[in-house]
Design a protein around this ligand. Structure first.
Ligand SMILES: Cc1cc2nc3c(=O)[nH]c(=O)nc-3n(C[C@H](O)[C@H](O)[C@H](O)COP(=O)(O)OP(=O)(O)OC[C@H]3O[C@@H](n4cnc5c(N)ncnc54)[C@H](O)[C@@H]3O)c2cc1C
Length: 302
């Protein structure tokens, strides 16, 4: 969607919003798939209620983008604009065992920064791309840990009240790749409480996790991580592998040869290709195991 009203463009600029017209989401997502729309970069959290009121008043729908590493975005001209937070400088502050982190901060850099200050716990998240906000939304985790464990407080914009609010950790439920945030909540910042650990020890843990990733995931290829959530007590990747579906392709969308729950874009895959592959694999697993796999990847349909 293109914003063409010059008054609206000027009002957004007054609120510190940078408009990047006609961005290709294929260049902003790790899968390398997605059509074109205006991206609005928001520099000040405080301006968000007003920015959203302006968009509502002008009947402009929006979606919220973090680092684009868990997304499958539709092709073509997209019928909504994309909002993205611009990270402040610095985006992480430490005070004792507390890390004050902006939602736009890069997750991996945050883990490393905390580690260098002898704050651990998040070693498993080192290879998870994307932002801290995106990690909170999905309760990102790996190798037995999840970010939700360390959340003490979240500052968020709630569309339901149109206000910026603060939730304490115990008010939020963090489950396997699922949280109790409303679909239109926008995470703005978080306070993490992290255990003290010597840097060398954290580094050892990080190296082990990195090695596990390198040996099992198609890291050099375009993907969105795991396509499906693991069903209770089972592994979606093992089921797909057991059915011999590694290498199955629709156009340039392909089930990775390395990790059967990673679907990769080997060239110019379209969203249509990737969605067809996802449906095909889901159907085969349903038929063979009677299990309906649920998406872990977030699909933005036009
Ligand atoms: C190679 C690879 C490995 C991966 N490994 C893992 C893994 O081990 N574990 C794991 O959990 N995930 C993994 N992922 C998936 C992905 O990196 C995570 O889900 C990540 O946390 C998504 O963050 P993001 O900022 O990129 O979110 P995006 O992809 O930009 O967005 C994902 C969803 O979160 C929403 N969102 C993003 N930011 C915010 C915010 N501030 N407020 C509200 N909503 C927001 C978006 O609207 C969207 O619905 C992997 C991905 C890749 C490509």
């Amino acid at each position: 969607m293109r914003i063409s009203d010059s008054q609206l463009i000027s009002n957004l600029a007054d609120l510190g919003v940078e408009r990047r017209p006609a961005e290709k989401l294929s260049e902003l997502t790790s899968l390398g798939i997605g059509g074109t729309t205006d991206v609005l970069r928001i520099a000040k959290h405080e301006s968000i209620p007003e920015v959203l009121s302006l968009l509502d008043a002008n009947h402009i729908p929006h979606k919220f983008l973090g680092g684009g590493s868990n997304l499958l975005v539709d092709d073509g001209q997209l019928p909504w604009v994309v909002l993205q937070l611009a990270p402040p400088e610095p985006d992480v502050d430490l005070e004792g065992n507390l890390a004050y982190v902006d939602a736009a901060a890069d997750l991996g850099r945050t883990v490393t920064f905390c580690a260098k200050h002898d704050l651990g716990g998040m070693e498993g998240l080192i290879g998870v791309p994307g932002t801290v906000g995106g990690a909170l939304r999905m309760n990102a985790g790996a190798y037995g840990m999840q970010i939700g464990t360390y959340v003490r407080e979240v500052k968020l914009y709630r569309a339901a009240t149109r206000e910026i609010e603060t939730l304490r950790g115990h008010q939020i439920s963090f489950e396997y790749r699922h949280t109790s945030f409303a679909a239109d909540d926008m995470m703005l910042a978080v306070i993490l409480e992290l255990p003290s650990k010597p840097y060398n020890e954290i580094l050892k843990g990080i190296r082990i996790c990195n090695e596990k990733r390198r040996s099992s995931q198609p890291l050099g290829q375009k993907s969105a991580g795991c396509i499906f959530k693991n069903p209770p007590g089972a592994s979606a990747g093992h089921m797909i592998d057991e059915l011999g579906l590694k290498g199955l392709s629709v156009g340039d969308a392909r089930v990775s040869d390395r990790h059967a729950n990673f679907f990769v874009n080997t060239g110019r895959a379209s969203a249509k290709d990737m969605l067809a592959l996802i449906d095909d694999v889901r159907g085969r697993v349903q038929k063979a195991y009677g299990v309906a796999l649920k998406n872990e990847v977030v699909v933005w349909n036009a």
